[in-house]
Design a binder for this molecule. Sequence first.
Ligand code: AMP
Ligand code: ZN
Length: 280
Amino acid sequence: MELEQKVESKIKQTLKKIDLNKNTGKILVALSGGKDSSAVVYVLHKLGYKIEGFHIDLKIGKYSERCLEKVKELCNDLGIRLHIYDMKKEMGSGMCYLRTAIQSNYKENKKGQLKNCAICGVIKKWVLNREARKTKGIKYIATGHNLDDECQTFLLNIFKGSPNLSANSGPITRNLADRKFTPRIKPLFYVAEEDVLAYAKKERLPFNPEKCPCALDSYRIQLRAFLNTLSKKDKENIIKNFNKLYKKIERLKDKRLNYCEMCGEPARKNICKKCELLSV
Ligand code: AMP
Ligand code: ZN
């Protein structure tokens, strides 16, 4: 099978598995400017889904400028609406400044060390959920997480001693339905990273090939290097095993969703992770 057909049919199967069709509702595609989310928006558009794009301008110097440029180019080519969230305007500072402030407060309060990607991930998720809810007609958020990302997360959760954290994961978030929570879908859940890259190149999609300059210290990067010594088949098997294990850990997933006492957003505890980070 041709690469194009292979990638698109895996995405179609995934969408079918999670019961998503063209009439299920509008999808807000979280666009980073990288190959994965560019491929997602391109394929969803090709398949006729109702979509809009959403980009968080993290203000990480020239890197962010180049990401924004690619996202604009792609949405323009596809003729879809793009929402841009400017971190400096909305939160008072860009990701680098905000992250450094959080890290030094954590250190001062002897709360340990926080990795760059962990902080950025929490803030991006918070922004995405809140803005998706504010955007008229949006039923789902789509992200570009691929098979390799999901293998890493699954293993990371095991290595951190919390395999139960994977209970909310999958091609669609398995949180309980909640008026404040927009379900997140991952159309590339079963597509390997190397295939996404080849697809994005073949279709000549605009994307920024650079890695985020702040992603330096992550445990995930070490795991990624290890996983890259395995074959694609091995990685597919890890995800198959995740699906088997999921049936056993399903009962461990969050039964209840609280609302953060500080910002009102959905939270596992009384205070959401983003407010916890910013209030230390
Ligand atoms: P990452 O956590 O950077 O690996 O990104 C995973 C997914 O999150 C991407 O495929 C996008 O769908 C989304 N994402 C990451 N960064 C941004 C951003 N700056 N703006 C919007 N969505 C993003
Ligand atoms: Zn909060």
